[in-house]
Design a protein around this ligand. Structure first.
Ligand code: 9Z3
Length: 380
């Protein structure tokens, strides 16, 4: 069993991390933008969600040439942000720089260039006939979000930038009370190189030129030994505890648990829920994440959400066989789109986030109502 840190140890780990690992240069300007955005929506009594998205990097050198990264393209986060906007939320989209963005994701990181959606007509650039309808729909949604000032886009690259921004934005969100939500879809590094064990310059590929101590007189966490590159990483403190207990005690917190082994998924999601005592853990497997997820919450226990086979975007060979493997019992509690549960050919494809977000918004409504009822009771 992992050791659960006491409040003091978690606080000490937090203060150590943020003293040792300095903030990003643009933190102040991002905080100004976020404060203005949050205050405006708080005044209007609107619900606001912080969506985190994409992977964090772990730099190996201060002047970074090499870094450790992960697979995440930010599809989950960017797609979810659109459905939150559709549900009326204001969205702070904290994403890995150059990962997918809400709305423009439909035309970027594609196998095709965005120019393939265009043609020339009478000396002007126009969208070709085939893509008119879809692009008009996307453009309209984007324009509404922009006009109503409901989308703020912030970015990070490294794990430290991510944690600084998460902490500062979470604290700013306190005035929203229960109307705040945290939807933590970013794929966050578990291990990193602390600032005081980093080398300034590019790691040399041969030991002859390599530095065995850094500016602080410490052995660098990443160094060459003989012909090998040795990387000795330290664990990133688990900040979910701090988020739940300290930074945002009233907000609804949704975290994600990513696994590749189906037999681990539900167990790990349940463990995380118990450990951090937040509201919802969404479990997903790397292979099947676009087609099935499991909700684990105190409110509703274990609940599977699946896109029916005929509504999936594409069938990657071998993946179908993985669907359902992480579910131990029968699929009693499975959410499928109501009218479209039957297998009929030619139905439009759906994104799993279009099933996930309305479910979460409903849970959020319940939590807000509960909080209001408790407040009313305390008054009387
Ligand atoms: C997720 O599990 C996301 O759903 C994915 C989305 C990263 C799988 P894509 O960007 O992928 O759409 O390609 N995110 C959470 C990952 C994570 O780091 N969770 C931590 C953990 O599993 C807990 S907060 O320990």
């Amino acid at each position: 069993m992992e050791h659960l840190p006491s409040a003091e140890t978690a606080e000490a780990a937090e203060s150590h991390y943020f003293t040792q690992n300095p903030p990003p240069k643009n933190l102040k300007s991002n905080v100004t933008l976020a404060r203005e955005f949050i205050d405006r929506h708080a005044e209007q009594g609107r619900r606001l969600v912080l969506v985190t998205s994409g992977g964090t990097t772990v730099p190996l050198e201060t002047q970074t040439v090499r870094y450790i990264d992960n697979f995440s393209a930010g599809t989950r986060g960017a797609t979810s942000a659109e459905y939150f906007l559709q549900e009326g939320y204001a969205v702070i989209f904290l994403h890995r720089q150059f990962s997918l963005l809400p709305y423009s994701r439909h035309y970027s990181h594609n196998t095709r260039s965005f120019l393939d959606f265009m043609k020339e007509e009478n000396g002007r650039v126009v969208v070709d006939e085939q893509h008119q309808e879809e692009m008009l729909r996307v453009l309209r949604q984007y324009s509404v979000a922009k006009k109503e000032n409901r989308l703020l886009i912030l970015s990070f690259v490294t794990i430290t930038e991510y944690l600084w921004e998460l902490r500062e934005v979470a604290k700013l969100m306190r005035p929203l009370g229960h109307k705040a939500m945290f939807y933590l879809a970013a794929a966050v590094s578990d291990f990193f190189v602390p600032q005081d064990r980093m080398v300034e310059h590019k790691i040399q590929s041969s030991e002859e030129f390599s530095q065995n101590t850094n500016r602080n007189g410490k052995t660098p966490a990443a160094r060459t030994e003989g012909r090998s590159l040795i990387i000795d990483l330290e664990p990133v403190p688990k900040f979910l505890k701090q988020l739940v207990d300290g930074w945002a005690p009233e907000g609804m917190i949704v975290s994600f648990k990513l696994e590749t082994d189906p037999s681990m998924l539900v167990k790990k999601a349940q463990y995380s829920l118990e450990k951090y005592a937040h509201h919802l853990v969404i479990g997903n497997l790397l292979m099947t994440r676009k087609w099935e997820v499991v909700f684990v919450s105190a409110l509703e226990g274990e609940k599977w959400i699946r896109v029916p086979r005929n509504r999936r975007s594409r069938s990657v060979s071998g993946v179908e066989a993985w669907i359902g493997r992480a579910e131990a019992g029968k699929a009693e509690n499975t959410v499928q789109p109501k009218a479209e549960a039957q297998d009929t050919q030619g139905e439009p494809i759906i994104e799993i986030e279009s099933l996930i977000i309305p479910e979460i918004a409903e849970m959020h409504t319940k939590l807000i109502e509960q909080a209001q009822a408790t407040k009313a009771q305390q008054k009387s």
